[in-house]
Design a protein around this ligand. Structure first.
Ligand code: PRP
Length: 212
C-alpha cells in the first residue's frame, strides 16, 4: 500500500529529509528544485513539501497519511491526529518572555500576550488563573513588548539569542517542543504496518545518529 508523507519546507524539513535519506527513504527528494511532490517508486512512497503550518491540515484530512510537524503546531491546531513519534530534531522550548527585569504577571488585570500561538497561550494562562488578551502575530514576536504592543510574548526559544539581542528574557518555560511524526487516524487503522515500518526506520536512524 502506498503512503503519502507530508514534510514541512524550511529548516525543520531539511533536517527531516536528511534523516529520511540516511534511513534509505525519499532519495528522490530534491529540495533545490521547485517541485512539491516527489515519488519514491521503489518504496511506494509519495512525499509532499508543504508550509509548516499546513502539514496538520493535510494529515488531518487524509491527503497525507503521515507528516512531520512541530509539537508547537500540533498543540496550537488542536488537530485530530495521532502523535506517533517524537523526533530528535526541532528541539526548543515554548516560553513566556518579556523585557529583562520587568517580569509582569498581573493577577487582577488583563495581561497582553503577543504570539503566533494564541490558542496555546490561552490554555496555558487559563490553567494559571491569569486573564489575558492575545495579539496574534506572524513573526518577529520579540518586537511586541519592546514597542509596547504587548506586556509579554509567548514564543519559541532555542538558543535564547534573539531574546538576548533584543533586551528580553524568559519569565517562564511552558512546554518542551520537538518535531513529531503525526498520522491520520484512519490511515493508522488501515496502513498501520507500513506506517510503523517507516517510524522504525527513522527511530533506528536517529539512534545511530546519536552514537556518531
Ligand atoms: C523563532 C522564534 C524566535 C527565534 C528563537 O523565530 O520565533 O524568534 O526563532 O530562536 P533563538 O532562541 O535561537 O534565538 P524564526 O527564526 O522562526 O523567525 P520569525 O521571527 O519569523 O518567527
Amino acid at each position: 500500500m502506498s503512503l503519502t508523507i507530508a514534510i514541512p519546507k524550511g529548516r525543520l524539513g531539511t533536517q527531516a529529509i536528511e534523516i529520511f535519506k540516511r534511513a534509505g527513504l525519499g532519495e528522490c527528494i530534491d529540495e533545490k528544485s521547485r517541485k512539491l511532490v516527489f515519488e519514491d517508486k521503489k518504496r511506494n512512497l509519495k512525499f509532499i513539501l508543504l508550509k509548516n503550518s499546513d502539514v496538520i491540515t493535510y494529515v488531518e484530512n487524509g491527503v497525507a497519511d503521515i507528516g512531520i510537524s512541530g509539537k508547537d503546531m500540533v498543540m496550537e491546531s488542536g488537530g485530530d491526529v495521532f502523535e506517533l513519534y517524537k523526533m530528535n530534531i526541532g528541539k526548543c522550548k515554548m516560553s513566556v518572555a518579556g523585557i529583562k527585569g520587568k517580569k509582569i504577571f498581573k493577577d487582577d488585570t488583563i495581561l497582553k500576550v503577543a504570539t503566533k500561538f494564541p490558542e496555546t497561550a490561552k490554555k496555558y494562562f487559563r490553567g494559571r488563573g491569569q486573564r489575558i488578551k492575545t495579539i496574534k502575530l506572524n513573526g518577529s514576536i520579540e518586537l511586541a513588548p519592546i514597542l509596547g504592543l504587548s506586556d509579554v510574548i509567548v514564543d519559541l526559544v532555542e538558543t535564547g539569542n534573539t531574546l538576548k539581542a533584543n533586551g528580553l528574557e524568559v519569565f517562564e518555560d511552558m512546554y518542551q517542543i520537538s518535531a513529531m511524526i503525526i498520522s491520520n487516524k484512519i490511515s493508522y487503522k488501515f496502513k498501520r504496518k507500513e506506517i510503523k515500518e517507516i517510524i522504525e526506520l527513522i527511530r533506528r536512524e536517529e539512534e545511530n545518529g546519536k552514537d556518531n
